[in-house]
Design a protein around this ligand. Structure first.
Ligand code: SAJ
Length: 416
C-alpha cells in the first residue's frame, strides 16, 4: 500500500511514521519547506517521546519521505488544523481540510480511500467534503471511499496510543467504512469500531467536550471552595473515593488545540440547545483572569514586585503553547503592568523564555506554576535561594515536596 498524508503536524507526522514503520510506503506533505527539509534530513520539528528515533528508523528503511507536493497513492489522509472561525459561536473552519481534499482530488483514482483525521464539526463530511468529491466526478462509496477517522491520541503518549487505542472509522457508506478499516488494520491493535461519518464526528467532539465540561466543574468547584474557605483539592480526593464519581482537576484554564476548540464546533451547530457546553467553555475561559486576581492578592500582602511564571505550555511535559492559558496569564500580567513578569520553561526554547532556574527566580517574589512539567515537582530552599519572597502559587498542584521556609499555595489553601 502507498499512503499520502497531507499535514505533518502533531498528528500527521506520528501517523505517517507509524504507517511507514509497518511497511507502508508513505509520502508526507506539508506546506512548510523548513518542515519538509528538516524531516528529510532526519530531524523532527515537534516534541514527542520516541518520535525522533522512529523517524530515523523509517528514513533508514526508505519507507518515509516528506514533500511539498502530494503524489498518487492508494490512500490519502488529511490531517490539517481546523481552527475556530471568527464568528459568534466560533464554528469550525474547514478551509484547510477542504484545501487538502482539493489538492489530492486531481491525483485520486478509482478504488482510492480519502480519510479525514482532522477534528471537524458535526455533519462536515456529509455536507461539505462529500459534495466536493462528487463535484470532481466520483461516486462516493463506489469509485472513491470517503471516511472520517478522528485522531484521539494524547500528546506525550502518541506513539503508544496510535497503536493501542481503539479507532472509530466512520464512512459515508458501509463500503467506505470497510475500506477505511482496512487502512488502519495495518498497525492498529485496538478495536476498529465501524460507524458512519456523522456519528464518528460527533463521538470525537463529545470525548473532548466531556473532558472540557468536567474540567469546568472542577474549576467552578475550586472557585466556590475558595469563597467558602474549604480545601477544594481535598474535596475532590474525598468525592473521588465514591465508585461512580470522577471529578477532574482544576487548573489555570483549559488549553491545547482540542478541548479549548472542539466544544465550540457543537455549540455553533446548535447554539440554542448546547447550553451546558457553552457555559463550560465560559467557565474555563474565565480561569486565567481568576488566576491573575489571586496573584494580585498574594503579591499585595507582601508588597511583591516580580512574578516568575513557571511553564507556558498548555499542559505538562509538552512544548506546545497553542491556546495555552499560561500564555494568557503571562500576557494579562504583563498588560496589567503592576509587576515585572518573567517566564521560565525548560520545554520552550524562545529567546524571551528563561532557561536557567536561578536566573529566573533571582529577586522574584512569586513562582507561579502554570504547567505540570516533571521539573516542577520539587523545590528546595537552594533552588529558590535568590528569591525575595519565597512564595509559590501552584495552579496545577504538581509540587509534591516543599521545604520549610517556602510559602506554598495551591487551590486547596488559597484562602488561608
Ligand atoms: N486539564 C485540566 N484538568 C484536568 C485535565 C486536563 O485543567 O483534569 C487541562 C490541561 O492542563 C490542558 C487541557 O485540559 O490545558 C487539555 O489537556 P488534556 O490532557 O485533557 O487533553 P489534550 O488536549 O492534550 O488531548 C485531548 C485528548 N482527549 C481526551 O482525553 C478526551 C486526546 O485523547 C485527543 O486526541 C486530543 O484531545 C485531540 O487531539 O483531540
Amino acid at each position: 500500500m502507498k499512503l499520502c498524508t497531507i499535514g505533518l503536524g502533531y498528528i500527521g507526522l506520528p501517523t505517517s511514521i507509524m504507517f511507514a514503520k509497518h511497511g507502508v510506503e508513505v509520502v508526507g506533505v506539508d506546506i512548510k519547506q523548513s518542515v519538509v527539509d528538516s524531516l528529510n534530513s532526519g530531524r523532527i520539528h515537534i516534541e514527542e517521546p520516541g518520535l525522533q528515533e522512529a523517524l530515523e528508523e523509517v528514513i533508514a528503511s526508505n519507507t518515509f519521505k516528506a514533500s511539498m507536493e502530494p503524489e498518487k497513492a492508494d490512500a490519502f489522509i488529511i490531517s490539517v488544523p481546523t481552527p475556530n472561525n471568527d464568528d459568534q459561536y466560533k464554528s469550525c473552519d474547514l478551509t484547510y481540510v477542504l484545501d487538502g481534499v482539493k489538492r489530492v482530488l486531481p491525483l485520486v483514482e478509482k478504488g482510492n480511500v480519502i480519510i479525514v483525521e482532522s477534528t471537524i464539526g458535526p455533519r462536515s463530511m456529509d455536507d461539505f467534503v462529500k459534495p466536493l468529491v462528487e463535484g470532481a466526478g466520483f461516486a462516493v462509496g463506489e469509485d472513491i471511499y470517503l471516511v472520517h477517522c478522528p485522531e484521539r491520541v494524547l500528546p506525550g503518549q502518541i506513539l503508544h496510543e496510535l497503536i493501542y487505542n481503539n479507532r472509530i472509522v466512520g464512512g459515508i457508506t458501509p463500503a467506505c467504512t470497510e475500506a477505511g478499516a482496512r487502512v488502519y488494520g495495518t498497525f492498529v491493535k485496538g478495536e476498529i469500531i465501524r460507524t458512519n461519518a456523522k456519528t464518528a464526528e460527533m463521538s470525537k467532539l463529545m470525548e473532548n467536550t466531556f473532558r472540557d465540561v468536567n474540567i469546568a466543574l472542577a474549576n467552578e468547584l475550586a472557585k466556590v471552595c475558595n469563597e467558602l474557605e474549604i480545601n477544594a483539592l481535598e474535596v475532590i480526593e474525598m468525592a473521588n473515593k465514591h465508585p461512580r464519581v470522577n471529578l477532574h482537576t482544576p487548573g489555570p484554564g483549559v488549553g491545547g488545540h482540542c478541548l479549548a476548540v472542539d466544544p465550540y464546533f457543537i455549540v455553533a451547530k446548535a447554539p440554542e440547545t448546547a447550553k451546558l457546553i457553552n457555559l463550560s467553555r465560559q467557565i474555563n475561559v474565565s480561569m486565567p483572569q481568576y488566576v491573575v486576581e489571586k496573584v494580585n492578592e498574594l503579591m499585595e500582602v507582601r508588597d511583591g514586585k516580580t512574578v516568575t511564571v513557571f511553564g507556558l505550555t498548555y499542559k505538562g511535559n509538552v512544548d506546545d503553547i497553542r491556546e495555552s492559558p499560561a500564555m494568557d496569564i503571562y500576557n494579562l500580567l504583563r498588560t496589567e503592568g503592576k509587576f515585572e513578569v518573567r517566564a521560565y520553561d525548560p520545554h520552550v526554547s524562545q529567546s524571551w523564555v528563561e532557561q536557567d532556574l536561578s536566573t529566573a527566580v533571582a529577586d522574584s517574589d512569586l513562582v507561579l506554576i502554570l504547567a505540570d512539567h516533571n521539573e516542577f515537582k520539587q523545590f528546595t530552599n537552594i533552588d529558590l535561594a535568590g528569591m525575595k519572597n519565597k512564595l509559590i502559587f501552584d495552579t496545577k498542584n504538581i509540587v509534591n515536596a516543599v521545604e520549610e521556609g517556602i510559602d506554598y499555595y495551591n487551590y486547596g489553601n488559597l484562602y488561608a
